[in-house]
Design a protein around this ligand. Structure first.
Ligand code: FPP
Length: 265
């Protein structure tokens, strides 16, 4: 890795972006489908769960880098509504892993001013995990640093259905005129309400799918797919993804070319 250049990104902190990255054109919000843990483990003759352990280490690295470089929000896909169909011991391992990591990392998250939220149908999670989630969410809720969103028991279609249900309930109660429902009102009922939409979606392990992730929110995201397996996704790989993002012309359906990426940030 080249030495970081010290450039002021947002006047409130010194940006430690690596050389080659323009700190003024970073994505505000990065979303990640962390795929390939199982294959990473298999390629080393290890059980799949070791891939998830290694995946946690990669996640800690990427969260810290995003925070240090000035990305404002990181949203990761940790467990989908479809992942319950995995073998029971893998599911139990993941639930225990989430809880342990949350407990062991809470102090660092707090020190680094990270605001953590878990997005998804949390009521289906083990009770002890729900308790750790609500404690971590509460403790970090006033933090002013990066927004770290962990999608757990999350499904994009489910999120849209829940939003529709909530709007319908408000309409039935007479609190909402259906003809006034617009994109802002709809987005306000999603798990991501108040978060800006992701500018960049990174998917590791080479699969070119959205996999029911942030179906509404990714409408205008730039997509970056790499063959690198999640546990191997490191500083160099993140730099490559962000450099690639900075070459994109974001038009949002319009005609502007060079400036739209900059305007978005
Ligand atoms: C996908 O790889 C990965 C997952 C389903 C789990 C991701 C979870 C983590 C990295 C841990 C996150 C921890 C916290 C506390 C947020 P896969 O198992 O589908 O890999 P494969 O496609 O190679 O089988």
């Amino acid at each position: 890795m080249s030495r970081p250049s010290v450039i002021s990104a947002d006047h409130s902190k010194i940006c430690k972006c690596p050389k080659g990255l323009n700190p003024l054109r970073l994505p505000t919000h990065v979303a990640v489908i962390m795929d390939g843990n199982g294959r990473w483990a298999k390629s080393r003759g290890l059980p799949r769960i070791m891939g998830h352990r290694a995946g946690v280490e990669a996640l800690k690295t990427i969260l810290r880098l995003c925070s240090d470089w000035g990305v404002k929000a990181l949203t990761v896909y940790a467990f989908s509504t479809e992942n319950w169909s995995r073998p029971g011991d893998e599911v139990s391992f993941l639930m225990t892993l989430f809880e342990r990591v949350l407990q062991s990392e809470l102090e660092s998250l707090q020190q680094e001013k990270v605001r953590i939220k878990f997005l998804g149908d949390l009521v289906d999670l083990p009770e002890s995990l729900q308790t750790s989630i609500s404690e971590a969410t509460k403790i970090t809720s006033g933090n002013t640093g990066i927004h770290f969103n962990v999608c757990t028991n999350y499904g994009g279609r489910r999120e849209l259905v829940l939003a529709a249900q909530k709007l319908a309930e408000r309409a039935v109660k007479g609190d909402l005129d259906p003809s006034l429902i617009d994109e802002n009102i709809f987005a306000g009922e999603l798990f991501t309400a108040s978060e800006s939409d992701p500018d960049l979606l990174i998917r590791t392990s080479g699969e070119k799918r959205i996999s029911n992730f942030l179906l509404w929110q990714l409408a205008y995201a730039e997509l970056y797919v790499t063959d690198v397996l999640w546990p191997d996704f490191n500083e160099n790989e993140l730099t490559n993804a962000l450099i690639d993002y900075q070459t994109r012309c974001r038009r949002f359906g319009g005609l502007e070319t060079d400036t739209s990426n900059q305007l978005q940030n």
